[in-house]
Design a protein around this ligand. Structure first.
Ligand code: HSE
Length: 299
């Protein structure tokens, strides 16, 4: 018995919503193929597309580690052979570890006859994130699992809310080919926030959510401002302020860091705007001698 699962890349934070907002895109993503066998062990038999850089040990790779946890939790002794086809860059801010974990979990849950709901798979996927970056944040795994735009209203207890998205809303993603490990991009953040910055930030998060819920693109645009995380992380990203200016000139609604970077994203009113934004940004990076990969997708 076997299964093939695709799980998408995700844009975490959505500018001002550090660790609480994220959305899925259609492309890129990871593909996982799993087969049950009678070995009693979870094995990671194929990894392609990672240039040999991801852990081969099934207990250390998120795709298999979450499957091991899932089976242990349910008390099932089941042999599974896993093949991971990485079709997206890692260390990129596109939720690569999360896509692998979610694909593995959805696959094993299907093969076992769906004993758990999608929501019940979420804590297992979050543990995969802990393995990958030291923190069990949910703003990549929740949208990868549930699709669309997701708010993590609370971590303890876990309270996840799917939000509506205005029809036709598109995302432009550009990945400059430099690597920023999420763990390091979290360690450089301030742990205390001035009250005035907090006020600005929660005004923007509330405005962004209200904009999504009421189809108000102007409000979305005004609210896409992160005064806490972005000023620290932007320093790690080549041509960051020039890219913002170009994206806004191309009529993006807003511009920000995707997850912990180095990828950047723009929300756009439609796919054509998103294509213009990616063209302008990749040209800028190339002028600066930096290769990049661009993706456009509806949300
Ligand atoms: N919310 C996480 C962070 C997402 O910004 O560190 C990482 O992809």
């Amino acid at each position: 018995k076997g299964i093939k699962v695709f799980a998408p890349a995700t844009v975490a934070n959505v500018s001002c919503g550090y660790d609480v907002l994220g959305f899925a895109v259609n492309t890129p993503g990871d593909e996982v193929v799993m087969h049950l066998n009678d070995s009693g062990e979870v094995s990671l038999d194929v990894i392609e597309g990672d240039e040999g850089r991801l852990p081969r040990d099934p207990a250390k790779n998120t795709v298999s580690a979450v499957v091991i946890n899932y089976l242990n939790h349910l008390g099932i002794k089941q042999g599974v052979s896993i093949a991971l086809y990485k079709k997206m860059p890692f260390g990129s801010g596109l939720g690569s570890s999360s896509a692998s974990a979610v694909a593995g979990l959805v696959g094993i849950n299907e093969l076992m006859g769906k004993p758990l709901t999608q929501e019940q798979l979420l804590p297992f996927a979050m543990e995969g994130e802990r393995l990958a970056c030291g923190n069990a944040h949910a703003d990549n795994v929740a949208p990868a699992l549930l699709g669309g735009l997701v708010l993590i209203r609370s971590y303890n207890p876990l309270d996840v809310v799917k939000l509506p998205v205005p029809a036709g809303l598109a995302c432009a993603l550009v990945y400059p080919h430099v690597e920023i490990p999420t763990k390091e991009a979290r360690q450089i953040l301030r742990t205390h926030v001035p009250l005035q910055d907090a006020v600005t930030q929660w005004g923007n998060v509330a405005g962004l959510v209200a904009g999504f819920c009421t189809n108000n693109l102007d409000l979305i645009s005004r609210s896409m401002q992160d005064v806490i995380i972005e000023p620290v992380r932007a320093m790690l990203i080549p041509c960051f302020s020039e890219m913002r200016q170009l994206a806004m000139e191309q009529k993006a609604l807003g511009f920000g860091i995707s997850g912990s970077g180095p990828s950047v994203f723009s929300l756009c009113s439609n796919l054509d705007v998103a294509r213009n934004v990616t063209a302008a940004l990749t040209a800028k990076l190339s002028e600066a001698g930096i290769d990049s990969t661009a993706y456009v997708s509806e949300i």
